[in-house]
Ligand binder design. Sequence first.
Ligand code: ADP
Ligand code: MG
Length: 699
Amino acid sequence: MQDERTELLRTPVTFLKGVGPQRAELLNRIGLWRAYDLLFYFPRDYLDMSEKKDVMQLEENKLQTVCGVIDSWERKQTRRGDMIALNVDCGKRFVKALWFKMPFIIREFAQGRRVLITGKPKFDHPFWVVMHPQITYLSDSEDEAEVEPFLPVYPLTEGLRQHHMRKIVREMLPVYAPLLDEVFPADYLAKHKLLPVAEAVKEIHFPSDNASMLWAKRRFVYQELFILQLGLAVRRYQHRIQLKAVPLPVDKKIDARIRQRFPFDLTKSQEKVIKEITADLSQPIPMNRLLQGDVGSGKTVVAVYAMLTAVANGHQAVFMSPTEVLARQHLRTLTRMLEGSQVKIAPLFGGQRPAERSMVLQEIAVGKAQIIVGTQAIIYGEIPFQKLGLVIIDEQHKFGVLQRAVLKTGEKFDPHYLVMTATPIPRSITMTLFGDLDVSIMDGMPPGRQKVKTYIVEPDKKNDWWNYVARKVREERWQGYVVVPLIEDNDDTPEGELSNSLLSVFNQLSQNELSGLRLGMIHGRMSTEEKEKIMFDFRTGDIQILVATTVIEVGVDVPNANLMTIIGGERFGLSQLHQLRGRIGRGSNPGYCGIFASAETKDAEQRLKAFAATTDGFKLAEKDFEIRGAGDLFGTQQHGMPPLRVADLKQDREVLEEARQDAVEMIHNDPGLAEPQHAKLRKQMLNRYGTVLNLGDVG
Ligand code: ADP
Ligand code: MG
């Protein structure tokens, strides 16, 4: 039965009423091949014709629609530009429609043609005038009273007109919509207030009123997000049943021994997340957890706690960072914290000599090396772990479920995973792109954390800013960063303009604004030794001002650096700016951040304002999301997830929460979606996410 219906839904568009070969080609051009495609080709907007009036009932300045016959039109050059005036005979009065600078509007005018005019009219004796109205053409047989209250506005292509498309859809809807197969069980629809699919499709194309349009839309948004959340929930479930880990429990003795290593008491939020993490580690199922904490909230200590737990249980732990600068810093921190202990730390870096590297690998292979520190790039190679118990990925910037390649332990057990973010992520993103992870949130800061004041430095105040920086360095022995967006000048730097490149800024500052101070320079293309040397000189204070690219972006911790100048601020994203600023205010003095920017776009301006207004990373993440939306997060190669077609993570946050909860509940009750009433959901979920989420055969 459904097979037959499915077959009918596959009817090529050429066979639909009102579609000839020519129009079929236009439809094909926008991806519409079959009846089914058309049903799911949703309007991008609607034309509100819900207030149809007789011309004698029109009111001023309210959106209304009135019917009439085209009488005449003229085109005039006016002070406001090219003007088109269309006179429409609406019976007892004329309505004059006016357009400026839209000459193409004339294209479909024809004397005697019946039209609907939708807009906000003004009475200008003896006629009504409507500026820039919408015109809807009626065929001779169409009764204006029967025109739907909301007309769909479709994304179209050259040659295909709205009224063609409306006509085609209007004709095919009642024939094909009822053939659609409902994926949700009937009681599920009722319980979750979802419109049945046939009705929802009808209402989304030609809504009977505003409310039904919203309900129809909600059904599809819900469905899309629900299917995604089902996929993620199944992935979590499979992870739990298929993967085995060695439990790494913590007892009082281990706990006390670990804490002894920290030079300070843990903060409340550190305690909270350590509890969550140790609870996971003590299970025979691999931990798969995302730790979100603001910049400077003290995630490293949490990582060290987890690693020492692994070591105490006789297992190895790896600690991976995105950059070598950061990995080396971690190596120093760990070495300092573990001084005098038995724990053996092994570094794995890009620049190591072959002999050194093979010795380290040997130590890893025999289990002598217990904590392995390095960059992700290096560790994702073939490392022969002896007994890998825990993997920590620090300062993860890249989004995505699929980013987490699996490191094999060389045994039948999988390691526990902890991913730590570089900056907070908006909740809706966490729920989708990281939706298969458990999440820990660290929202407090270590005591004594200093405030950072941020200034947007106006062009005529730059000298004042540099004077201030120079004075602080001389008088208070502070240090600072100057961050630039580029290593080298590129061709699009306008001639005569001060460039934002590393070298020019460095030269300029050393010769002028900051002459007499000890400046250093660091960027990603330097060799490891060079970078190490520079960071060493900066830490010891030999370098007072470090001119840097974003290599210092994540994690770098030099407490005496309180000053930061960001040049070309408009070129950085909000979370990147937040990361950068997180480098200062780490010591006993407050931080001062000055940002130079030419805010040409509205986005850049909003970003800079938000940046100056708050230092709360969680707030900034939401703000960034508000400004940019999720557009470039979903549907990019970064994580390989198919794009969302109907839902918008920004607008549909509430539906997302609901869909997630419902999906978790469904998988809890029917983990393999094996119950017959879930068969269609299961099929849809596998079709869409089976491959990307690597779901294999559910069951
Ligand atoms: P992030 O979360 O950005 O990785 P870090 O782990 O680098 O932050 O910690 C930032 C700074 O705070 C470090 O200098 C660290 O030593 C310090 N710190 C961490 N936890 C505490 C604590 N409980 N009390 C005092 N200082 C702490
Ligand atoms: Mg860190």
